[in-house]
Structure formats: C-alpha cells, structure tokens
Design a protein around this ligand. Structure first.
Ligand code: SAM
Length: 345
C-alpha cells in the first residue's frame, strides 16, 4: 500500500509526524534524561531511569526506545535487559553544561515557541503574534510579552546564547572586523556574541546595549561582564542615546520588527556611528526570490507567531539600510544558521 502511494504519501507522513519528533526531544530534555545518563557510571535500564527521574515505567521505556530510534540514545542488551546510554550527538549537544550544548534553546522551543506555533493558522489569518492566545497576555509591547516573568526572561537569554557558542565565531569571521576597534552590540542580550567577538578580535572592545532588565540579568546570571573588554549599557534603542561606536552589530534584532521600526532604528544608529564605521546585520537570509531556504522560511513563520517581524532577503536588508544612509551593503552567506550583511557610513 505504502510503496504504491509513493513519495508524496511518504513526505506527507514525515511532515505530519514532525511535531512528535520535536516533542520527544523536548520531553527528554525537560525530564533530564541526558543529564542522568551522562552522570551514571554505566548504561542504565529503563526501570533505573524511571525510578531516578520519578517518571512512569511505561512512559519511560517508550520514550527511551524512541530516543534510540532517533539516534539520541544507544541501547545494548545486558543480562537480558536493554540498557541505555547517550550517543555522541546527545553528549555533545543535549547535556547541560557541555560546551556545545543546545539544551536551553530546546527547552525554550518546547515551553514557549511551540505553544505559540499551536496557533499558526490564527497567526496567518490575523497577521500577528499569538502571545494573547498562547499565554493570555497582551503583546502591544513585544518585549514585555516575551519577558513576561523573570523566569521567562532568563530562559530566553539562556536559550539564545546557545547558538553563539557554536556559530558565533564563523558569523563574525564572515567579514574582517579588525578595522573596528569599538563595537556596540545592540540588543546584545547575555553578551554571548560579544564574548565570541573579543575572542576572535582580541584588540576590540564591545559595548553590549540592551534594556535594563536584560543588562541586570546578564550581570547576575552570565559571565561576559567578567571580561574587561566587554561593558554593558542599559537603554531603549528606539528612544535613548546610543553609545558612539565604529561598528554596530544587530544580531537577530531586525527580524523582530516591522520595516518602519527597523528604518527608525537604523537612522538612529547611523547618526551615532563614527564616520567610516558601519553596521553588521546578522540574520538568517532568505534566497533572492524569498522562497527558500526552508529553515529560514520556518524562522520567518516563527517571527510571525512570536514577534512583529520577519526574515528578509539581502535586497530587503539593502532597502532598509540605504535610506538610513548606509552604503556598500555586502552580504556573506556562512553556510550556517546565520549570515552577515555589512554596510558602511
Ligand atoms: N542579539 C542577541 C542574540 O542574537 O542572541 C539577542 C537577540 S533577541 C531576539 C533581541 C534582543 O533585543 C533582546 O536581547 C532584547 O532584550 C533586545 N531589545 C528588544 N527591544 C529593545 C529595546 N527597545 N532596546 C534595547 N534592546 C532591546
């Protein structure tokens, strides 16, 4: 039956089940499966995992076997029973505290983004984010909705920094930034990208500019401020004076906002920028025709359900940068999740 139905039917089933795969990953992270197996002295059977996690024997066995099928865990038979251990993929990317861990981003995706995605059809109908339906909160002030509690703010900041530990160096190397001694990372969050920046360009200094609640949390929960080349500056980039700098980084900032708000921000930044300086936009770039790559289109739908913005093509970024006064916009695709556009004053 299945083979007669062919490729279209196979693809349909793969797409329909995609959410279940995500949920297996999110649930295993949420329950702490990968930390437990990382800390165990030897592979554990399903009864031992369920007893240490306080989870049901039936649910645990089903989850563990599905994780094996997804190559997140490996199983062996010992004394007639299956025992489980992390695969290299899980040890590298899923265990809390691993230098390349993506666990916090996955927790954020499972607890927050996924809840907004449940309302994708409404988001498409209405053309706006779904915080009111997903969490019962107003979203006129976007970051008041995103940071609706201290816990949520921390979760967001932790989640976002995972990416820069992996891909920060490659995106910052897309252009030679050594001619820019003073860099301001606008909306720089925890300072994770600033850390990658000073490690790649040891002679630069980076000012991380963000709203007060984020800067305070960056100082209490994250370690970028311990590096003397990194400083933090509190403010609202739409209203408050911006620090003078040679280069402004806008990483995953413009995709949050409408064209009108992006233009307003870029005009302010142009005025603050030193002559000969520039702006580095770090975003996931759409193809010129706007119909690919798939991951970027999915990110753009994520912006629909969670923000006021969208992902854009290189030409669309050029059309935002030029009226603000920036010239010579150049775009470099990194082959990773995020790309870079550099324009000069
Ligand atoms: N650049 C960081 C990164 O790539 O991980 C964070 C990106 S996050 C999507 C957007 C950032 O912009 C957040 O850190 C947020 O607090 C900051 N932000 C939002 N509105 C702001 C405003 N009006 N003034 C300053 N920062 C703002």
């Amino acid at each position: 039956m299945c083979s007669q139905e062919g490729e279209g039917y196979r693809l349909l089933k793969e797409y329909a089940n995609g959410f279940m795969v995500s949920q297996v990953l999110f649930a295993a992270c949420e329950l702490g499966v990968f930390e437990l197996l990382a800390e165990a002295l030897e592979p554990l059977d399903s009864a031992a995992v369920s007893s240490r996690l306080g989870s049901s024997p039936r649910g645990t066995e089903l989850l563990l076997d599905t994780c094996v099928s997804l190559k997140l865990l490996q199983a062996a038979v010992r004394g007639g029973k299956a025992v489980y251990a992390n695969t290299e993929l899980a040890s590298t990317y899923l265990v809390r505290g691993s230098p390349r861990s993506q666990r916090d981003m996955l927790l954020y995706s499972g607890r927050t983004a996924y809840v907004c995605w449940r309302h994708l059809a409404e988001a498409v109908r209405e053309g706006r984010n779904q915080y009111p339906k997903a969490f019962g909160i107003p979203s006129e002030e976007l970051f008041s909705a995103i940071y609706r509690s201290e816990d949520e703010r921390l979760r967001f900041m932790e989640g976002l920094q995972d990416m820069w530990r992996l891909e920060g160096a490659s995106v910052l190397a897309a252009f030679d930034l050594s001619p820019f001694p003073l860099i301001c990372d606008l909306g720089g969050g925890s300072g994770a990208l600033a850390r990658a920046c000073v490690s790649l360009y040891p002679r630069c200094r980076v000012i991380v500019f963000d709203i007060p609640g984020v800067v305070q949390m960056a100082k209490t929960h994250f370690s970028a401020w311990e590096d003397e080349r990194i400083s933090f500056h509190e403010g609202d980039f739409f209203k408050d004076p911006l620090p003078e700098a040679d280069l402004y980084i806008l990483a995953r900032v413009l995709h949050d906002w409408t064209d009108a708000k992006c233009c307003h921000l870029l005009q302010r930044l142009y005025r603050a920028c030193r002559t000969g300086g520039g702006v580095l936009v770090i975003e996931s770039l759409l193809d010129a025709d706007g119909r690919g790559p798939l991951t970027t289109l999915l990110h753009s739908l994520n912006m629909l359900v969670q923000t006021e913005g969208r992902e854009r093509t290189p030409a669309q970024y050029g059309a935002l940068l030029a009226p603000a006064g920036f010239r010579d916009a150049q775009c470099r695709r990194t082959g990773g999740t995020y790309d870079a556009v550099l324009a000069r004053k």
